[in-house]
Design a protein around this ligand. Structure first.
Ligand code: G3H
Ligand code: 13P
Ligand code: ZN
Length: 306
């Protein structure tokens, strides 16, 4: 099976991206794996700090390892938005393939210092380190920001030189959650191109990349939910980032939540006497798999890359 290192290079060389899908339970992980198997796509399974404590420290690795073996897939375990050295160290020691240290809320100097500390530790154990520079509007774990602070291209170069990180998450207009844009959905490709001039051939990451498919939002609302005014990133913008730029990893959490809840709400509304959760969970796994495989095909260009 090819390594994560292979995909870092191959994505940039051949204009495709790895989907990094967040999971918080076994059902979502099964859906992600089935979808990637359908499209024959390598991917990352991401665990946020919140998901890590929800799943339970002792459960994360065994669940992931079993899924990887069962589906026989190049799927890699990634810590999403690690906020401290201790959290990243814990993930490295447990056997994660990749960790993100998110010092984006700190000053440049403090972000460099924290990221470098994680890099020095993780690299001894051959674990990849993603860092972040710039701030996405919206909510990142427990931190929220009302404005974007776009990544400064010159600072990005200095940051990578000083820290030795393996990839960098950039802020170019995406944001976390289901409410990304009030007006036009714009991504700052001009800033992305400047970053790429400063950091040629360097793997970049896009967070907050859910497309918020309206069919799921409508299903949720039709069957009792109230998710109003939700808006995501347009598919064509993500495709441009994947195929024409050095974005090699694209994060998706919100869309999977929407898929899950669309299935759940519809099922509960239509089957008021059902008290067997396997019935809607099996539907959810299937719907997540279809969504993931389609996204790998339509946006990430990652079909048949295994
Ligand atoms: O980027 C943030 C992810 O969507 C994680 O969300 O902290 O609620 O698990 P969470
Ligand atoms: P979304 O909220 O757009 O799915 O972004 C998820 C993310 O960036 C996880 O790190
Ligand atoms: Zn994120």
């Amino acid at each position: 099976m090819k390594s994560l290192e292979f995909y870092y290079k191959d994505c940039l060389k051949n204009g495709y991206a790895l989907g990094a899908y967040n999971f918080v339970n076994l059902e979502i992980l099964k859906g992600i794996c089935s979808g990637c198997l359908m499209s024959k796509s390598p991917c990352l399974a991401s665990v946020s700090e919140g998901a890590f404590s929800y799943l339970g420290e002792d459960f994360v690795m065994p669940i992931f390892r079993t899924a990887k073996e069962h589906y026989n897939l190049p799927i890699f375990l990634h810590l999403d938005h690690g906020k401290s050295f201790e959290m990243c160290k814990k993930a490295v020691d447990l056997g994660f393939d990749s960790v993100m240290i998110d010092g984006s809320g700190l000053s440049f100097e403090k972000n460099v210092k924290l990221t470098k500390k994680v890099v020095d530790y993780a690299h001894k154990k051959n674990v990849f380190v993603e860092a972040e520079l710039g701030v996405l509007a919206g909510v990142e774990d427990k931190i929220s920001a009302s404005e974007h602070i776009y990544t400064d291209p010159k600072q990005a170069k200095l940051f990578v030189e000083k820290t030795g990180c393996d990839s960098l998450a950039v802020a170019i207009g995406t944001s976390h959650g289901a409410y990304k844009f009030k007006g036009d959905a714009i991504l700052r490709f001009d800033i992305l191109s400047e970053i790429e001039k400063e950091l040629p051939n360097f793997p970049l990451v896009l967070h907050g990349a859910s497309t918020v498919p309206q069919k799921y939002v409508e299903e949720i609302n039709k069957f009792g939910g109230e998710v109003t005014g939700a808006k995501g990133v347009e598919e064509k913008l993500l495709k441009e980032a994947t195929t024409k730029h050095n974005i090699f990893k694209i994060n998706t959490d919100t869309d999977i939540r929407l898929v899950y809840f669309a299935v759940l709400r519809k099922h509960l509304f239509k089957n008021k006497n059902n008290i067997d959760l396997r019935k809607f969970n099996n539907e959810a796994i299937k719907e997540i798999a279809d969504y993931v495989s389609k996204r790998n095909e339509d946006i990430f260009n990652s079909v048949n890359r295994i």
